[in-house]
Design a protein around this ligand. Structure first.
Ligand SMILES: O=C(O)[C@@H](CO)OP(=O)(O)O
Length: 324
């Protein structure tokens, strides 16, 4: 895989794959990884662990951050923030985590119907609901209520991907009402004040799964975690390299799907192989989203059947790669 990736990087010759295109070469890179695994008669996650130099004696199944409420550019409602995710950090296995999230998703549907009517349960781009709410607090209230009625209070945490570049204005403010004609402007400090505690701050477009940009982010102390999207960079070798650079800076790595996604489940194996401890792949709905969760449940079953050592990342998801 590394040799084929290197050949494609050299043939492209640009810093951003603008000649061949990251999506075009990614398919070849993934095929090379799958062929490598098949050639060695090992599962893909094992192959990717070897390629990442990750200890593969104790695999880690990730916490599934499921995007169950959508706003921003991913939905037609007026809410500025793009994704609200539920993360069952206190589950004891990946399979139980998926079950808890599916229960909460279903409770959320019932709640939205009772508050906003039947027409309000349409889905956003990543399978989350997109009810007619306008403020992030409304989304958080709905989520907290759904978590409570399913009996998972204190056991499921909440993550947010605001995608704030989509409501960043020319005069460096954040417009919380960017979809309407009545701007509600916050400056960077006011936006930061919405968070009341130390958070995992994940860099996405800023870093572009690119080792040089990760170095820049570390130097500027811009964040403390890297979102890993394989089609941002184009080859698996470089994606692993960027992830390892983030790890060596003391950051965490968070694997992600795209809003425009296929049913390919490669990132499930990559998450286990690199032991990133968390992944986001949308709601427990729609084939292209659940393909990753299904593959992860299969991996968990396979590891159990082979009596190999593995664990669910749980509350320690940010440092899952650290312990042997
Ligand atoms: O914002 C994100 O992290 C992704 C996936 O959720 O969306 P997009 O693919 O549109 O960048």
């Amino acid at each position: 895989m590394k040799k084929i990736d290197q050949l494609m990087i050299e043939t492209d010759g640009t810093p951003d794959k603008s000649k061949l295109g990251a999506n075009a070469i990614l398919g070849i890179s993934m095929a090379a990884a799958r062929a490598g695994a098949a050639g060695r008669y090992i599962p893909l996650y094992q192959f990717l662990a070897d390629e990442s130099d990750a200890p593969s004696k104790n695999f880690v199944l990730p916490v599934p951050f499921m995007n169950v409420l959508n706003g921003g550019d991913h939905s037609g409602n007026p809410m500025a923030f793009q994704e609200f995710m539920i993360a069952p950090t206190h589950a004891t296995s990946f399979t139980q985590a998926v079950q808890w999230n599916a229960e909460t998703y279903s409770a959320l549907e019932t709640l939205i119907q009772s508050k906003h009517g039947k027409t309000a349960v349409g889905l956003g781009d990543e399978g989350g609901f997109a009810p007619p709410i306008s403020h992030p607090h409304d989304a958080l209230d709905l989520l907290m209520e759904a978590i409570k009625v399913t009996g998972h209070e204190g056991k499921i945490k909440i993550g947010i991907d605001p995608a704030s570049q989509s409501f960043f204005t020319a005069d460096s403010k954040y417009d919380m009402d960017f979809k309407t004609d009545a701007p509600e402007l916050l400056d960077a400090t006011m936006l930061g004040d919405l968070y009341h505690c130390a958070v995992e701050l994940v860099g996405d477009d800023l870093l572009a799964t690119n080792v040089d940009r990760v170095k820049m982010g570390v130097e500027k102390k811009a964040c403390n975690s890297m979102l890993l999207k394989i089609n941002q960079i184009g080859t698996i070798t470089e994606a692993i390299g960027a992830g390892n650079e983030a790890f060596s800076a003391g950051w965490s790595v968070f694997v992600s799907h795209r809003s425009g996604e296929t049913t390919d489940d490669f990132i499930a194996d990559l998450t286990v192989g690199m032991r990133t401890g968390h992944l986001k792949s949308g709601a427990p709905a729609r084939g292209e989203r659940v393909a990753k969760y299904n593959r992860l449940m299969d991996i968990e079953c396979e590891l159990a059947a082979k009596e190999l050592r593995f664990r669910y990342a749980g509350t320690g998801f940010r440092g899952a790669h650290k312990d042997g």
